[in-house]
Design a protein around this ligand. Structure first.
Ligand code: G3H
Ligand code: ZN
Length: 274
């Protein structure tokens, strides 16, 4: 069943738990994540990032996610992740995504506020929730040109008040696309932001967070925990093992079966930590 971001977070907020938000890239991982959530009876968020949108278009990946989400026995939010292009956001809203993220983290404060407010106006008119970012969570890949910076609590407070967003991504030490769980987190900063801001906080780049810190993030005020690379690694590594174990196999459905199982197991493990 489909939920928007605001309502799905309200469900986990009541229980003082977090919700996992997984990047997916097609049918196989979307379905695996939904099966994972159903197997433990937890709500879940599935998200299309820029790579998925560039690969197959915002509508097609949206159709896949919306279809599996609507059939699911647990609440599912279908989210557009890290969008910087207004046209893509408008297309996602028209397609029925239940939430969108406008990522203005590389813009000056006032411009980030102005563009985020515009997205909030468009999305809220359709009962679609909006996430935005203040501060900037960087990338481990040095080829990605990006100005990373920590979130300042007072700035986060002003940003939330001025924009009316439903959830706020903050930078407290995570880095996108880490392959090892070695992020050095600033829990004091997170706690201070949570004190100042009364909307749910989002942590990006959570593949790099140690298992015990994932649970701690939630205790210190985070609600939506974004995980992408961990599932991509699981899928890719399992596929590589399949080729090695059975070099004659060419049928993608047979090759993808164990990859879906591996993604499902990893998704369950992450969700249980939250
Ligand atoms: O928005 C997506 C997440 O921040 C994913 O980050 O791939 O480092 O887990 P990750
Ligand atoms: Zn992210």
């Amino acid at each position: 069943m489909l939920y928007n971001l605001k309502d799905i977070i309200r469900l986990v907020d009541k229980e003082d738990r977090g919700i996992a938000a997984f990047n997916v890239f097609g049918y196989e991982d979307s379905q695996a994540v939904i099966e994972a959530a159903e197997s433990i009876g937890r709500p879940v968020i599935i998200m299309a990032n820029k790579d998925a949108v560039n690969h197959m278009g915002v509508e097609l990946i949206g159709e896949i996610m919306l279809h599996v989400g609507a059939q699911a026995k647990v609440p599912v939010d279908v989210h557009l992740d890290h969008a910087t292009d207004m046209e893509v956001i408008e297309r996602a809203i028209r397609s029925g995504y239940t939430s969108v993220m406008f990522d203005g983290s590389q813009l000056p404060f006032d411009e980030n506020v102005e563009r985020t407010r515009h997205v909030v106006e468009m999305a809220h008119a359709m009962d679609i929730s909006v996430e935005a970012e203040i501060g900037a969570v960087g990338y481990s890949d040095p080829d990605i040109r990006f100005n990373a910076r920590f979130t300042e609590p007072q700035e986060a407070k002003r940003f939330a008040q001025l924009t009316g967003v439903d959830a706020l991504a903050v930078a407290v030490g995570t880095v996108h696309r880490m392959e090892m769980q070695k992020a050095e987190l600033q829990f004091d900063r997170l706690q201070e932001i949570a004190k100042q801001v009364d909307i749910p906080l989002v942590i990006h780049g959570s593949t790099g967070v140690a298992d015990e810190d994932l649970a701690k993030l939630v205790r210190f005020g985070a609600r939506k925990i974004n995980i992408g690379t961990a599932l991509r690694m699981e899928f890719g590594q399992t596929l590589r093992r399949q080729f090695a174990d059975d070099p004659k196999e060419f049928d993608r459905i047979k090759l993808f079966g164990p990859c879906m199982e591996a993604v499902k197991d990893k998704a369950v493990q992450k969700m249980e930590l939250l």
